[in-house]
Ligand binder design. Structure first.
Ligand code: PLP
Length: 425
């Protein structure tokens, strides 16, 4: 790892040479009581606010003031087709075709809608595969879908567990489950980037293994969207869902995204829960005809969407368009590698990174286990002016994001961690 070195001078040199360094000042950095900005390493939980967001919201507020309901057609950005303004940029972020992507609802809602269509237990094919340490909301959603079909989650849920003494899943173990139990599996639904370990799965391989056995395959990309290069279309997966408030910087509780592969775009018989916003745009307001789905994932929309939230998403996507996923990924790989380098300096008796060391198997986030630590250690890190994330029993999740984090942030975090560990022990 000769490419990194330990001093502050190295961090400053890297920041100076960073082609994306200009983006940091386009975000609001949360401030401490003493007026200094926090070292914010929590973009995997809630992304920071772009400075452009306020004006984007203001535009819609003003148009609402001036036009009332007519804003649907006469606002600067007419509300009627508003979601379409986001589609192209969002499709680029997740590596999909526009017909495969829509911004709608929220993440868990979208996960349910996708399972209504793609979890169709039949005969002996009834099971769902999920990670044992899946995000709780995903687990609840999956279990409740199983129950909704009158089935027993204890019998119909296959949880992928890491081997004894390991934290991450091995690909060969995932394959083994699919090969051995595939005939009984209706749906494979994994977090494509695990929220806890930060492990990023090869979606294409998993999809191929699943499809070879006749299973449907979907991914929760909450921790992937805007973080890793997703290539959803090429992966061949049937569906994916994600949120926009983590790496995509669109504000607390903002809308989610959904992907349905092109191969399902014109299948009007695919069962789905419907609402008026998924109906043929030409006849939507006749309000008489039977449901006539728009081709593609747009037909899974239910309601007319919250424009204020969409305005924030659009403002954020414009920044993604400017920066580009390739360049963001390039910086992120360096930045996370640097974090790994500095954390490992603390010694393996003190810390253990549970995220895979292979940059292709992770995004920005590193999950750091501090030996014998509890929440008090994390509180000491927080006192040093760092905003990060603690997961019981002993993991600190750190996500330096390439849009607004600097090498100096990572350096200062590593010093704060070192100091906190000394105080703690
Ligand atoms: C953040 C996250 C959620 C949160 O779901 P919401 O419906 O947006 O509240 C769910 N699943 C995963 C994997 C997440 O990372």
């Amino acid at each position: 790892m000769a490419k990194y070195s330990t001093g502050l001078a190295f961090a400053k040199k890297m920041d100076k040479a960073d082609p994306l360094k200009g983006f940091r000042k386009r975000f609001h950095l949360p401030k401490q009581k003493n007026g200094k900005p926090y070292i914010y390493l929590c973009g995997n939980s809630l992304g920071l606010q772009p400075k452009d967001t306020a004006a984007a919201l203001q535009q819609e507020l003003v148009d609402w003031q001036n036009f009332g309901v007519e804003g649907h057609f006469h606002a600067k950005n007419p509300w009627m087709p508003y979601h379409e303004f986001l589609t192209k940029a969002m499709a680029k972020v997740v590596g999909a075709k526009p017909i495969e992507v829509v911004v709608m609802n929220t993440l868990t809602v979208n996960l349910h809608l996708m399972m209504v269509s793609f979890y169709r237990p039949k005969g002996k094919r009834k099971k769902i595969v999920i990670e044992a340490d899946a995000f709780p909301s995903d687990k609840y959603a999956v279990e409740s879908q199983i129950k909704h079909h009158g089935l027993d989650p204890k019998k119909c849920l296959i949880e992928l567990k890491a081997r004894e003494g390991e934290e991450c899943l091995r690909e060969e173990d995932i394959k083994k489950v699919i090969d051995e139990q595939g005939d009984n599996i209706a749906l494979i639904m994994l977090g494509n980037t695990n929220y806890y370990t930060g492990q990023f799965f090869d979606m294409k391989k998993i999809t191929e293994w699943g499809h070879a056995k006749g299973c449907m395959v979907g991914f929760d990309c909450a921790h992937g969207a805007g973080n890793v290069e997703l290539k959803l279309h090429d992966s061949g997966c049937d569906f994916a869902v994600w949120c926009t408030y983590k790496y995509l910087n669109s504000g607390p509780g903002s809308l989610g995204g959904a992907f349905i592969h092109e191969r399902h775009a014109h299948d009007k018989d695919l069962p789905r829960f419907a609402g008026w916003w998924g109906h043929n745009k030409k006849t939507r307001f006749k309000m008489r005809d039977g449901f006539d789905p728009i081709p593609g994932v747009e037909s899974w929309q239910l309601s007319n969407p919250p424009i204020l939230s969409m305005a924030a998403i659009w403002a954020s996507l414009k920044i993604y368009e400017e920066a580009g996923m390739k360049k963001l990924r390039k910086k992120a790989t360096l930045l996370t590698g640097y974090l790994e380098f500095l954390v490992n300096q603390l010694g393996e008796d003190t810390v253990k990174i549970i995220t895979p060391a292979d940059p292709k198997q992770r995004g920005c986030q590193l999950s750091i286990q501090v030996k014998n630590a509890d929440k008090k250690l994390f509180d000491l890190v927080t006192k040093e002016g760092v905003i990060a994330d603690w997961r019981e029993p002993d993991v600190i999740r750190i996500a330096p994001v390439p849009l607004y984090n600097s090498f100096e942030d990572v350096y200062r975090f590593s010093k704060s961690l070192e100091k906190a560990i000394k105080k703690f022990s």
